[in-house]
Every structure is written in structure tokens, then in C-alpha cells.
Write a protein that binds this ligand. Structure first.
Ligand code: ACM
Length: 565
């Protein structure tokens, strides 16, 4: 078994017989032990489709002890055997697995059902890139897996990807494809940024205008917010509640949890456009606000009134029905205070609550919803601004967690105060940022963050040790889509860097600078072939393809950014 081509790298591999192969053919059965049926279904639907092999239900179950010479009773005719194993759970945890391929069987023993599924992802990589296609590309009777044993387990329990489906709507089919891509990289948390100034993407039955009005904008700023250019076409879209049920179930069948984000009290103009009473009506004419058409930090924020509290409680009632996971993300980022300062209503609220300034209204609002979620057995997670305005000193609600995006500092402070943290610093893992310095990069914004930079991302900073370090639940890559209007652009920004990110979140790598980027790059040659088979339009190592380049005419960008020189 060649360990060098797996991504993310497994914890350990053991080669039983160099060059020996385990064949899979039309007669190979697939036997699923209790709890492993979702993985068996996934294997038939994906590897079955790619190979054309039926993987018919196997009769017996594997009785052989892992790592033995293959004498295991009922499966002596060969096959793929899935089961959960308390012994693997003790050693590798619920998401860990042991995969053993000998002369005629492949056995995947997971610490729990999720571990079996991650083992199945490894099996697909071991079958070669054509196992990532959706149908066989020609007659081929036998597929092979290199013989050997792998023991593997994730470093972190939270291996996240955030997709901003608010700035540009991602149609459901593309979102489902991204769930498959996450599974292929052993990522397990999909953070869906569902609401923002530029669009509300979730059907709420009680408030139909959120999508009738809030899901559509008249036109879109093209490129950076300083650009004078517009895409004059209307843009929009939303997920119905049935779409969300489908998305959540599709993710769950891949052991991926969907964390919904309803951003408040900033980034809320789409909601205010739909229901003007949510805004600061004594400061501006909120009835004349449309869904925002440009980018940046927006002054039009929610008013700190009972109307707002009740409205969002009702919204969240429906959100909790749809998303069964523990965490609900309530944003909390980038909320300017100017309207609150100018609002008599907001200032009266400050006095009534005994706060010292409007700056504390955000902490009060998020504290309210953090407690509201806790009463319902859920946990608040928010961007690191939820630590501001005295929130940390006053005590964030029990169980609240922080997405540390403005570097590591927020995460360090939160962890030291006893809160869980997801590390997603913009300097390292914001995949909207350009991935090379060249003028032909299609998204000429942000830091230059190369594949190697992402590979060197370390989720636990040296300032956190012992119990504080344990507060780091994991890491997340964030894909903001202001300048990504469709899946091709999202693919370009996300890949190949998501493969590097996945390894930082799953594999137990040595800390930078010892981390071996050369080995990763070597394995990436195999991984590019998998991405090709999957149809992912990644950034090639040599730079963008002609149609992926920054649009321009004779060196003049059409997105309003400075001329290419
Ligand atoms: C953020 O990037 N505003 C969380």
C-alpha cells in the first residue's frame, strides 16, 4: 500500500506485501455490519457507479481479526467488509478507522459509523482516480487496492468549510456537489452563511417577504466595492425548507453537520429591506432600503427592540426545526454602531438595560439569543466580535463558541475564558483571497495566500497550551463570494487549497516549519487527477487557464481594479 498518495495523509500505514494487490470484481460482495449501512449505500452509489461493479450485499460478516493473514471464515471468497469496532473506537476514536486489504478482502473497521465512512473515502482514493468518476469510462473487469493496513483518525472534531451563499447564491445542485467534495476530503462541518446585506437565502414560512423580497437584488457591484462597474442583471435565489431538509439529510448521510448562519445585528440589510420595522426607523427611512447591491461594511443594522427579538426568535424556531446540529451561528461580525448612536430608541434601550453605551447592545442581543439557544439545547457560535462590548467580562452565554477570523487573538481570548473555538483566521484560510501575486489572478483581492501558505496553517497557536489548547475544536476554511458569481469561480478559489486545508484539519502533522510541503506536493499530483475526475475546476499549479484569468481588455481590467501593468 503506497501511503504517499493519500490526501489527507493518514496517521500510519503498513505495507503487508510490496506490490501485492487486492482485486475487486463483479463477484465481490459488500457486507455491512450494524450501523454501517449508510456507508454501504454510499459505496454502491459512488464506487459502484464509477466502476460498474455491483458490490452486491454480502452474506456473512467478517469474523477475521484485523491485521491477520486473511483467514476469516465466512469471507474467504473475498469481499469488502464494513463494521464498527469497540477496539478501534478505544484506540482511534469514533471517527477513526482501520483499513486492511489483503489478497482478497478489504476490511474497514470504524470506531463508529463515521469512522467507517472516512475509511470508505480512503478506499476510493486507493482504487485510483477513475473511482472518482460517475460512470465507467471503458470495459474493465478488475479493480485493485494495494495490500496493506492503514490506521487513521482525525486531529480535530471540527473540520469545516464555510460557503457564503448569500453574496452569490449557490444553486442546490452545486451545494450538494460541494458536500460530496467535503466528504472526499474528510471535512465534516458545512457552515452555511445564509443571510447578509446582499441576500436572504432561507425560506421562513412565517415571514415570506424574507425570500420574496430579501432573496433578490436589482444589480451587483462588479469587482471591488471601489469599482465603478456594475453587473446590471438582477441576482438572487433561496433554498426552500424542503431543499434544506434534503441538503441536511444529504450531508448527514456523509457524516457532515450543517451549521446555519443567521447573521445579526449587522449584515442584515436584506432582512430590513423585507421587513423595514427591523431597522433603525428613527434614524433612516428603512422602507426605502432595497437589498444591498454593493460590498463592504453596511451601516444599516438591526434595531435593538423587542420587535427584533421576537422576529428573530420566530425565525430561529424554524431554523432549529430544519437544522438538527448542536451549533447555530449568529454572525455578530462587523456591526457599525452609528445608527444606534443616532437612535433615541437605541439610547433608551441602553438606559433601560443599565448598559454604559450603545457598544454594549450587540453583546446584549447576542447574549439574549445565546441563552435562548441554550434553553433549547443548542449552542451559539459567532464571529470573534461577539467577545466585544464587555461580552467576555459579562460572561458569554454558557457553551457559546467563537469563530476566530480576525487572526488568532479572538480565539486565544475565548479559549482562555473557557469557550470553545474554531480557528479560521483570514490571514491563513480565507479562500476568497488571491492565491498568487500574478496580475492574472481572477480575484485580485486580499492577502496572497498560496497553496503552501494554507498548508502551513496551524490551528492551535503556541499561546494556547494544555486545557486552553483543548478548547480549539478545530479549523475552518471560509469562502466569501463577493467576487465569485458561480461554481467555476468558487472551484478556482477553493481548490487546490481546500486539499491543503483538509490535511491541516485531519492529519497530525508536525508543526510548521517542519511540516513537509514537498511530500504534500508530490501527493497532490495524484490528487489533481482525482479532482479532474470529479470535474473540479481548480487553479492549476502553473497558474490560471486563459478563461480563469482576471477579465480584461488589452491589459485593462474590466472589474474596476487598477490597470494591469
Ligand atoms: C467576516 O469575515 N466578516 C466574518
Amino acid at each position: 500500500m503506497d501511503p504517499t498518495h493519500l490526501i489527507p495523509a493518514p496517521r500510519s500505514t503498513h505495507q503487508v506485501l510490496p506490490g501485492a494487490l487486492c482485486p475487486l470484481d463483479a463477484t465481490t460482495p459488500l457486507a455491512a455490519g450494524p450501523g454501517t449501512e449508510p456507508t454501504a449505500r454510499w459505496l454502491r452509489a459512488t464506487i459502484g457507479a464509477a466502476t460498474g461493479l455491483p458490490l452486491a450485499p454480502g452474506a456473512g460478516h467478517d469474523t477475521g481479526a484485523p491485521g491477520t493473514d486473511g483467514a476469516h471464515g465466512a469471507d474467504s471468497a473475498g469481499g469488502v467488509f464494513l463494521r464498527t469496532s469497540p477496539e478501534v473506537e478505544r484506540k482511534l476514536g469514533p471517527e477513526g478507522y482501520r483499513l486492511v486489504a489483503d489478497g482478497h478482502t478489504v476490511r474497514i473497521d470504524g470506531g463508529g459509523p463515521a469512522g467507517v465512512f472516512w475509511g470508505a473515502q480512503t478506499l476510493r482514493q486507493l482504487l485510483g482516480p477513475d473511482a472518482f468518476r460517475r460512470a465507467p469510462i471503458g470495459p474493465r473487469e478488475t479493480w485493485t487496492v494495494p495490500c496493506g493496513a492503514i490506521e487513521d483518525a482525525p486531529r480535530f472534531a471540527w473540520r469545516g468549510l464555510m460557503l457564503d451563499v448569500a453574496r452569490h447564491f449557490m444553486p442546490k445542485g452545486d451545494l450538494l456537489a460541494y458536500i460530496d467534495l467535503m466528504a472526499a476530503h474528510k471535512l465534516n462541518v458545512l457552515h452555511l452563511h445564509l443571510t447578509d446585506d446582499q441576500g436572504w437565502r432561507l425560506e421562513i414560512r412565517r415571514y415570506p417577504r424574507l425570500t420574496e423580497v430579501g432573496a433578490w437584488r436589482e444589480r451587483t457591484k462588479l469587482g471591488h466595492r471601489a469599482s465603478p462597474l456594475w453587473d446590471e442583471r438582477p441576482h438572487g435565489g433561496y433554498y426552500t425548507q424542503d431543499d434544506i431538509r434534503e441538503i441536511v439529510a444529504y450531508a448527514a448521510a456523509r457524516y457532515i453537520t450543517v451549521v446555519p448562519e443567521i447573521d445579526m445585528p449587522g449584515h442584515s440589510q436584506a432582512a430590513i429591506a423585507a421587513y423595514p420595522e427591523l431597522g433603525n426607523t428613527d434614524v433612516i427611512d428603512t422602507a426605502s432600503l432595497g437589498v444591498w447591491t454593493t460590498w463592504g461594511i453596511n451601516p444599516n443594522v438591526l434595531s435593538p427592540t423587542d420587535t427584533t427579538l421576537r422576529f428573530y426568535e420566530n425565525v430561529l424556531d424554524e431554523v432549529l426545526e430544519l437544522f438538527p446540529g448542536t451549533f447555530v451561528h449568529l454572525g455578530g461580525d462587523e456591526c457599525p454602531r452609528e445608527q444606534w448612536r443616532a437612535s433615541a430608541t437605541a439610547r433608551a434601550r441602553v438606559r433601560e438595560l443599565g448598559l454604559t453605551s450603545v457598544d454594549e447592545l450587540q453583546g446584549w442581543l447576542l447574549g439574549h439569543f445565546g441563552r435562548w439557544l441554550a434553553e433549547r439545547g443548542r449552542r451559539l457560535i459567532g464571529w470573534d466580535e461577539i467577545l466585544e462590548g464587555g461580552a467576555l467580562e459579562a460572561g458569554l452565554p454558557q457553551g457559546a463558541a467563537v469563530s476566530s477570523w480576525r487572526g488568532y487573538a479572538g480565539g486565544i481570548a475565548a479559549a482562555r475564558a473557557g469557550h470553545d473555538v474554531v480557528m479560521c483566521p483570514e490571514q491563513q484560510v480565507y479562500l476568497d483571497h488571491r492565491q498568487a501575486p500574478g496580475d492574472d489572478e481572477p480575484v485580485p483581492i486580499g492577502y496572497v495566500r498560496t497553496l503552501e501558505d494554507v498548508y502551513r496553517f496551524e490551528p492551535v497557536p503556541p499561546q494556547l497550551t494544555g486545557a486552553d489548547a483543548e478548547r480549539v475544536l478545530g479549523a475552518q476554511a471560509n469562502v466569501w463570494t463577493e467576487v465569485m458569481e458561480d461554481r467555476r469561480r468558487v472551484d478556482y478559489q477553493t481548490f487546490p487549497r481546500l486539499a491543503a486545508f483538509a490535511e491541516t484539519a485531519w492529519s497530525s502533522l508536525p508543526p510548521p516549519p517542519e511540516r513537509d510541503f514537498e511530500s504534500f506536493q508530490e501527493r497532490m499530483t495524484a490528487h489533481y487527477a482525482r479532482l479532474d475526475a470529479l470535474g473540479v475546476e481548480y487553479r492549476p499549479p502553473g497558474g490560471p487557464r486563459p478563461w480563469q484569468r482576471r477579465p480584461g481588455v488589452s491589459g485593462r481590467p474590466i472589474d474596476g481594479s487598477p490597470p494591469i501593468v
